[in-house]
Design a binder for this molecule. Structure first.
Ligand code: EPU
Length: 432
């Protein structure tokens, strides 16, 4: 196992190149199952989640290669329809192979993803969507066993108690793309990652309009060509490095980023006193100064993203006053709070909110990541804390941030990846 060892206090200065989007590329890779031809996907981040999705595609009868940020996928056995628990349980986004399998192979047996540390994360809306499309399915020993031979276009409402569903919209979009007739998805997720997926599908011959809004129209087609698609920059990696600049009072230019995909985030970052300037079509400059408090409520796109909630709490922990951050998407996504408190933060959790009294200094400590964004928040806190911070369980970071320690070190952070032996640690025994 690895940990990060961070000596806090260095201002980060320079350029960071943002990688391709994790949350876009995972459904995009699942979509390669929709064609019998070879697909080429470019600007793919080298992440453990991506490598896992390639394993799933191989399990589903595809040959894959991954070199120089380019993935190729060539299906060779169209009879394989089982996505196993061993793989799906490691990454929820892999449930997105359900839609493409039903569309192209007309049958699917996909393990239900199970629980997750950031919340219950049900897939009822995905299942409601395939049922509306005419799919017969049963839940059998933890698997969705589904027959898509009678799929037909229809009108589907995909709204849930927390708004729309991102991977649910992607899944139903891919299921409907070759269904007979026209499908309307109402209350679709308008996230840029869904729009990117629709653009890719259209380039393969699909007929989709309205992606990027809450209403998507899909006219079913008979077959799709192979894809050649460039993945968009990662919004959440952009937000994380922007906070790295702000929290260290540094000056970073984030290259290969899309300013327009993070409007609510930039507005809130500006409210903290941080200077945010779009300096080119694909570059944003962030200059940090004394952090002011602000209140935040997460919403689905284009609102403030839940994935930026934990990193933002790390920043507000150092603000000059009191902030309140509320997560409406994942009310229990506050695992980082207890760890930040170990670093000297003054935060109280109340229902789905964190009340943050900013402190002058955080202090380095041994802390433990619980999920991808919570772990990123601890790294950010470590960059400004006095003394040494050890962040454990950084395998969470390797799922979603490409070469994080190298990118941070290149702009001046004192950060190293080191081995550690968890069996010797009492805290790990307690956490088991
Ligand atoms: N929901 C349901 N039923 C469903 C699906 C979702 O009630 O069938 C609820 C969820 O419990 C949640 C809300 O709807 O309260 C939104 O969930 P959504 O389905 O949109 O989340 P997701 O598609 O599973 C994606 C990202 C997450 C991100 C969320 C919200 C990917 C691979 N994952 O998850 O990213 O937090 O959207 O924006 O795209 C991350 O990158 O760290 C991450 C967790």
């Amino acid at each position: 196992m690895h940990k990060f060892v961070i000596e806090g206090g260095e201002k980060l200065i320079g350029d960071v190149r943002i990688s391709g989007s994790k949350n876009e590329v995972l459904p995009i890779l699942a979509a390669t199952l929709l064609s019998e031809e070879k697909s080429v996907i470019r600007n793919v981040p080298n992440l453990s989640d991506v490598r896992l999705m390639l394993e799933i595609l191989e399990e589903l009868g595809c040959r894959t290669t991954f070199e120089n940020h380019t993935v190729t996928v060539t299906p060779y056995d169209l009879n394989r329809i089982v996505a196993s628990y061993d793989l799906v349980s490691q990454m929820r986004a892999s449930f997105c192979v359900l839609g493409p399998l039903l569309s192209s192979r007309k049958r699917a047996e996909v393990s239900l993803p199970g629980g997750c540390v950031i919340g219950v994360r049900p897939v009822d809306l995905h299942l409601r969507g395939i049922k509306a499309l005419g799919v017969n399915y049963e839940l059998d020993h933890g698997y969705v066993k589904a027959d898509g031979r009678n799929m037909r276009g229809t009108r589907i409402f995909l709204g849930g108690n927390s708004g729309s569903t991102v991977t649910g919209t992607a899944n139903i979009l891919m299921a409907a793309v070759m269904a007979k007739g026209t499908t309307f998805i109402e209350q679709a997720a308008p996230e840029p990652e869904v729009e990117g997926l629709a653009n890719m599908l259209n380039s393969m011959g699909a007929k989709i309009s309205g992606a990027g809004s809450h209403r998507i129209e899909i006219q079913g087609v008979d077959s799709l060509r192979g894809a050649d698609y460039d993945v968009q920059p990662d919004r959440m990696e952009t937000a994380t490095y922007a906070i790295a600049a702000a929290i260290t009072k540094g000056d970073l230019t984030l290259r290969n980023s899309k300013y327009e995909n993070l409007i609510a985030f930039w507005e809130k970052l500006k409210e903290t006193g941080t200077q945010v300037d779009q300096v080119a079509d694909d570059a944003v400059r962030i200059q940090g100064c004394e952090i002011q408090p602000t209140d935040i409520v997460t919403f689905s796109y284009p609102g403030f993203p839940t994935d930026a909630q934990a990193p933002m709490i790390a920043l507000l922990a150092t603000a000059n006053g009191i902030s309140i951050v509320t997560d409406t998407i994942y009310p229990d996504r506050f695992m980082h709070v207890a760890e930040l408190i170990r670093m000297g933060a003054d935060i109280r959790k109340q229902n789905n909110s964190a009340i943050i009294h900013g402190v002058k200094n955080l202090s380095g400590a041994q802390v433990m990541g619980a999920d991808l964004r919570a772990t990123a928040a601890l790294v950010l806190a470590g960059l400004t804390a006095k003394g040494t911070t050890e962040v454990h369980r950084i395998y969470h970071l390797d799922r979603g941030y490409e070469q994080m320690e190298q990118k941070l070190a290149q702009v001046g952070a004192n950060i190293q990846r080191a081995e550690y032996n968890p069996s010797r640690r009492k805290s790990d025994r307690n956490a088991a």
